[in-house]
Design a protein around this ligand. Structure first.
Ligand code: UGA
Length: 305
């Protein structure tokens, strides 16, 4: 099969592309290589992949001969207040609408990467997909807007779309603005880590290889028009996760306490009944196991420099 992966030079997109290639598929990667974080890291992620530079907000996505689109490209990061909203609106809403329209026209399935952040401080935990979404970050609002656009294109133009809500993916190549990437970097280079808030906020941290399995399975057998939580396995507070990382690295973290960040939710925890039932998927990597892999990756890179 021949798949398009948008955001193929990103953290999750590069892992997904490698998994598809390893399974014998053709992968056409596209990425805008925006400077949200160091472009050199994206170029490193994309090594060994065929990734074309494309800005989906203006460039057309060519889908002749393609079997489906994994739409992971976009503007990430929940701490998204301020004038950067223009960038979130453009790279998420404007770009995704164009991807949905192109896929509807070509008659190919889209698996869309949405986010746990659309729940905000959720009404219920664990949170099922039909809970009322109440995002508290501009980023989450654009992701929810994308979900609605996907449904509008499904309704109006027959788009075959499966929406996945990712819960804080981590592992090797994690985006450098995310907590674990900063922590392993601080541990490896003996610098400090700024902890936002009291550290008792918790997340359903999801190991990237587990998440990639769910993404591929959603393309193969997700129900058209359905929305699935992709997360779980290991809910932990930031304090728990830091303790585990200190343990796996054998080092102690220099922690600097900062005020809580606006847009951050207190807790995420998915109800995974639907994804387990329809996709036969559940996260299997333990937090210590996944953090060990991320630590080893980061420590090797720092040592090689
Ligand atoms: C992550 C991703 O960054 C989003 O793109 C994604 O949409 C979201 O997961 C999701 O679940 O869908 P987040 O949960 O905020 O967002 O993940 P981290 O950036 O790893 O932050 C985890 C916690 O660590 C947050 O409470 C954050 O405030 C805290 N943190 C982060 C710090 O204390 N210091 C930092 O330097 C960075």
């Amino acid at each position: 099969m021949r798949w398009v992966v948008t955001g193929a030079a990103g953290f999750i997109g590069s892992h997904l592309s490698e998994a598809l290639l390893a399974a014998g598929h053709d992968v056409v990667g596209v990425d805008a290589f925006t400077d949200y974080y160091d472009v050199a890291l994206k170029e490193e992620n994309a090594r060994g992949l065929d990734v074309r530079r494309l800005d989906l907000a203006v460039d057309d996505l060519e889908l002749d001969g393609v079997d489906g689109v994994f739409h992971l490209g976009g503007q990430p990061g929940v701490r998204s207040f301020g004038d950067v909203f223009d960038v979130y609106a453009r790279n998420n809403l404007v770009a995704s609408r164009r991807v949905f329209e192109a896929a509807a026209r070509a008659g190919v399935r889209v698996v869309f990467a949405s986010s746990s952040s659309i729940y905000g401080d959720a009404e219920r935990y664990p949170t099922a997909e039909d809970v009322e979404p109440r995002p508290i970050s501009p980023y989450g609002i654009t992701k929810l807007g994308c979900e609605h656009l996907a449904r509008a294109y499904a309704q109006g133009f027959g788009l075959d779309v499966v929406v996945l809500r990712f819960f804080t993916f981590y592992g090797p190549r994690q985006r450098p603005d995310m907590a674990f990437a900063r922590i392993v970097d601080a541990l490896a280079r003996d610098t400090s880590f700024e902890l936002y808030g009291d550290g008792l906020q918790s997340r359903a941290f999801t190991y990237v290889a587990d998440g990639v399995e769910a993404i591929v399975t959603a393309m193969e057998r997700g129900r058209g028009g359905e929305t699935y939580n992709v997360g779980g396995g290991s809910e932990a507070t930031m304090r728990d996760a830091i303790a585990t990382l200190e343990d796996v690295s054998g080092r102690s973290l220099d922690l600097v306490q900062r005020p809580a960040a606006k847009g951050d939710v207190r807790r995420t925890a998915p109800d995974t009944a639907r994804v387990e039932r329809d996709l036969g998927w559940r996260a299997t990597t333990s937090l210590p196991g996944g953090l060990k892999a991320q630590w080893d990756w980061a420590a090797n890179r720092v040592a090689a420099r």
